[in-house]
Ligand binder design. Structure first.
Ligand SMILES: [Mg+2]
Ligand SMILES: [Zn+2]
Length: 181
């Protein structure tokens, strides 16, 4: 069976953006706001070591009326383009909490879907994110969980204790490489 690392997107692969209209640090709403975090080299090492990498992300800005669906698709497409060849598949929930969908994190649905399709042993896999919802998603799916302590999302975590934590994705991935978990 395969082992996977499920990556949250915003605050992990790309920078959170401050919007005056909401007064919050959020996912980029348009392409001009996108700033990637430099993680290509460490992702490449993990891929070379045999890990499958996935992105699992909630993108509710259109559902909340803050962005167009086109702009969100463009931003996501550009992130995939920058990570070309490293990401096996990405999973996006475009709903908001009130929609009652079953794909929005902390739902483990996308992780289970990936496990089925790509023959992944979830108990040997990791979910990595910067919010409690990411950790809850991994726990619900039966993966290990690691926390990226991005300073701009510190208010969205703290209730769940991860097995591994780091200041950024590089630190977290270095730990996984070292321990070979
Ligand atoms: Mg995030
Ligand atoms: Zn959804």
């Amino acid at each position: 069976m395969n082992r996977a690392i499920f990556l949250d997107r915003d605050g992990v692969l790309d920078e959170l953006v401050f919007y005056k209209s909401s007064g919050e640090w959020e996912a980029p709403r348009r392409l001009s706001d996108l700033q990637m975090i430099d993680v290509r080299a460490s992702l490449q090492r993990l891929v070379d070591a045999g890990w499958l990498l996935f992105i699992v992300t909630n993108q509710p800005s259109h559902a909340k009326g803050k962005a167009t669906r086109d702009d969100l698709e463009t931003v996501h497409g550009e992130i995939l383009r920058r990570l070309n060849g490293l990401i096996t598949r990405s999973y996006v929930c475009f709903h908001q909490a009130d929609d009652g969908c079953d794909c929005r994190k902390p739902s483990p649905r996308f992780l289970r879907e990936a496990a089925q399709e790509f023959n992944i042993d979830l108990s040997q896999s990791w979910m990595v994110g910067d919010q409690d919802t990411d950790l809850a998603c991994g726990r619900a799916a039966g993966t290990h969980v690691a926390l990226v302590e991005h300073p701009r999302s510190a208010n969205k975590r703290g209730a769940i204790t991860p097995e591994v934590r780091g200041r950024n994705l590089d630190e977290v991935l270095a730990h996984l490489e070292r321990t070979g978990v």
